[in-house]
Design a protein around this ligand. Structure first.
Ligand code: MG
Length: 443
């Protein structure tokens, strides 16, 4: 049932109120008596799913603390802050409006790990719910934790220095959950905030919830039109942030990761990212005397690895950045605050900071592949190769002119091929070579 980030599906097809009810019962049965913090993004199916999930938890004796419409990082911050048993976030993150999903949060605020999800699934499939007597049914209370979250973020940066700079920031919340918190956070940091798509609306009239170069043309225009210092766009649940420079340049997620790693990772410290991330991150981290640790693709895995190796920073190329001094989950609010902090400390503009990071070109391709064949393809690839390799996730091969990663997709019957080199032509050449090789092996 659970994918890389909770349960997702189209509403009233896969994602039904019956599913939410049973998932609430199973989650409450697994974690036991205590309180559960529950939040949603702005989707119009949220009330339907939230009420069903709530019913389920109450029926097995759990109490619900409803924190309303909040970004995922605000919900995740609230779970340990309120000493809750667990939490759940109703969101489909960056998926289109017809989708919704449920993400289970552990008591420490991290996404529940695979083992917990399997146990919940087991209870679900066996209908092994522990219904309580009528006098032990849970209760609901409502709480607003948004101020606490904003205070926590602000305490992580040099607030007064940022306030002195009086930055102008154009913020595009994409009509998502960020609208409830992030404009106010920026205002408290002394910014002049120009808001774009900051009215919560589950039909997402402004743009699709996934912030990509193609969906952010309004933001690019407004940054230049307002002579802003920075533009930021958040995804539907505001755990991911992507940045635009004062000259209207779109910053790739890899570059943002590298830019922050350059300023956050000191000698001897560790930075965690999936094997698919660009070499520009390892370039700056190793140059600073830090150490790179690679994981399989998927944010909860990055967070777990960061806890394991006590990393100071980590994240993914899609704008999901994790700041462990604050909390072990992707956090769009922290990403904005830290970027302003770096600009304030260095006195440099965002385009100057981005200019200090080496540039690489990434080319992505895919080949349809029956699930039964994936293992064989990877094995044959490893056998036939004499270059250095990394087998953390699929096969990553280090070539003289760059690297190539061949890995099975986690969600579809596809083999993905990523190739990186100094220039786009070489990256494409490497990718086509390996795409052809995989196709040949499939014959
Ligand atoms: Mg998200």
């Amino acid at each position: 049932m659970f994918g890389t980030n909770g349960i997702r599906g189209i509403v009233n097809q896969e994602m039904t109120s019956e599913l939410a009810l049973k998932l609430g019962m199973a989650t409450g049965t697994f974690f036991g008596r205590g309180s559960y913090v529950l939040g949603t993004d702005t989707r119009i199916s949220n009330q339907m799913l939230k009420n069903a999930f709530t019913s389920g938890v109450l029926s097995v004796g759990g109490d619900i603390i409803d924190v309303g419409i909040v970004p995922s990082p605000t919900l995740q911050y609230s779970v340990p802050y309120l000493c809750a048993q667990a939490g759940a976030m109703i969101t489909a993150s960056h998926n289109p409006p017809e989708f919704n999903g449920i993400k289970i949060i552990d008591s420490d605020g991290t996404e529940a790990e695979r083992g917990i999800e399997e146990k919940i699934e087991n209870i679900f499939h066996k209908d092994a719910y522990r219904l309580v007597f009528w006098d032990a049914i849970g209760q609901v209370q409502y709480m607003d934790t948004r101020d606490r979250y904003r205070d926590a973020v602000r305490s992580q940066v040099n607030e007064s220095l940022i306030q002195e700079k009086k930055f102008t920031v154009v913020l595009d919340c994409g009509n998502g959950a960020g609208s409830m918190v992030m404009p106010y956070l920026l205002r408290e940091l002394g910014c002049r905030v120009v808001s774009l798509n900051c009215q919560p609306d589950g039909l997402f009239p402004g743009r699709l919830p996934e912030p990509t170069r193609d969906t952010l043309s309004d933001l690019l225009c407004m940054v230049q039109g307002n002579t802003a210092d920075m533009g930021v766009a958040l995804d539907g649940d505001a755990d991911r942030a992507v940045f635009v420079t004062e000259t209207g340049g779109y910053l790739d997620g890899d570059k943002t990761l590298a830019l922050m790693a350059h300023h956050l990772v000191s000698p001897g410290e560790k930075c965690v990212t999936p094997v698919s991330s660009s070499s520009c991150i390892s370039d700056v981290v190793t140059k600073n005397g830090g150490e790179m640790v690679y994981t399989r693709v998927g944010a909860p895995l990055v967070a777990r690895k960061m806890i394991e190796v006590s990393a100071v920073f980590g994240g993914e190329e899609n704008g999901g950045l994790i700041f462990p001094r604050h909390q072990y989950c992707r956090d769009g609010g922290m990403a904005m605050a830290v970027m302003l902090d770096i600009m304030a400390h260095t006195g440099k503009t965002l385009s100057q900071l981005a200019g200090e990071i080496p540039s690489y070109a990434l080319f992505k391709g895919k080949v349809p592949c029956p699930p039964g064949e994936m293992e064989r393809i990877l094995e044959e690839l490893v056998e036939g190769e004499n270059q250095d390799m990394d087998l953390v996730d699929g096969v990553k091969i280090f070539l003289p002119e760059g690297w190539v990663l061949v890995r099975p997709s986690g969600t579809e019957p596809l083999i993905r091929v990523y190739a990186e080199a100094r220039d786009p032509k070489t990256a494409e050449k490497i990718a086509s070579m390996y795409l052809a090789l995989v196709r040949e092996m499939l014959k």
